[in-house]
Design a protein around this ligand. Sequence first.
Ligand code: T4K
Length: 371
Amino acid sequence: MKKFENPIYVTRPIIPNIDLFQKKLVEIWDSKIFSNQGKQHQLLEKELLEVLKVSYMSLFNNGTIALITAIKSLRISGDCITTAFSFPATPHALTWCGVKPIFCDITDDFVIDSSKIESLITPKTTGILGVHVFGIPCNVDQIQKIADFYGLKVIYDGAHSFQTEIDGKGIGNFGDITMFSFHPTKLFHTSEGGALTYSNSNFKKRIDLLKNFGIKNEEEVVMTGINGKLSEIQSAIGLVVLQQLEEERKKRELVLSTYKKYLKEIPGIWFYSFSDNIKNSLQYFVIKIDEKIFGKSRNYVYDKLKEFNIFTRKYFYPLCSDYTCYRHLESSKNLIKAKKIVNEVLCLPFYGDLSLKEVEVICSIIEKLRK
Ligand code: T4K
């Protein structure tokens, strides 16, 4: 089988239509407003409230600053229970706020194992930070029950869960606050950006103050805020990307069903299937490789695919608990399932412009690697 002429990456962003974007740029140029909640920012926030089916939202310059602001705004302190199977931003956001991450093991579906959370709660625990990894929702009902019983705050890192819904309800409605990332590797993006969503109307004032240095007015700074603002140009990119979102989703649906068609025939390859009541964010396509059945390891497949110019990713290897800054933690030691799964996962190329022929070829290369 021949190597692909051009590299195939794990993802490709929606490229905003240049003519539509130019029109937006002219509007921005005419307005002479480049930041600080201008017209594009206001328009984007309004549209996203509908797309995400949420009541309140604050836009940010990236998901990480948004997450740090969420932690600050809820005054989470001491210890916070989270997952090690995530991007570094998740535990780092806690650490930047002076909060100790306590790592909980995960389920077979990659998300925090809610049945193991209670055993990690101590008098120091003030919050739970779950991650809807690959857009797969955490057990939000169980987590809320635990949080209510012990008086804990709940934040969700929903970086991968744009438009995920549970029974038609936007994922950003669960817990106290949900963070979204609008990085270009995400289905919806603003080149860099992010958001916090929440159902409590009282949060808006505090979060918006925190993301603007704590400035209340020209003469009053009321809290130690940060610069978390999304610019007008970033907001304009978002507004154009939104117009192309449905088309991208349709194309990704086709890519997804093509992968499933070919991969379901290959012993030792597992992929997640969303149940009917969950809307898929179509963010990543992840497989697990069972070395005993498939005959080859995940690392072997990853390396071999590279030889064909196919650049998959081992998200989220290594576990956050294995970073030098976290491996000394007591909670880093008992992550039995996470330690197994992190050596099996592989995110395959997944984006709308990936042709179905390319998907077929990728699958047949994987199939041949067995032999
Ligand atoms: N929480 C979770 C669970 C997250 O996954 C993330 C971010 C965050 C929090 C933090 O949100 P942000 O602060 O980033 O908003 C990428 C992204 O940089 C990162 O945003 C994302 N998660 C993570 C899963 O993936 P890398 O280091 O893997 O990205 P990179 O540059 O290797 O890109 C992957 C591929 O995407 C490239 O091979 C080509 C393609 N690509 C990338 C970029 C940036 C493009 O085609 N165009 C582009 O502009 O981290």
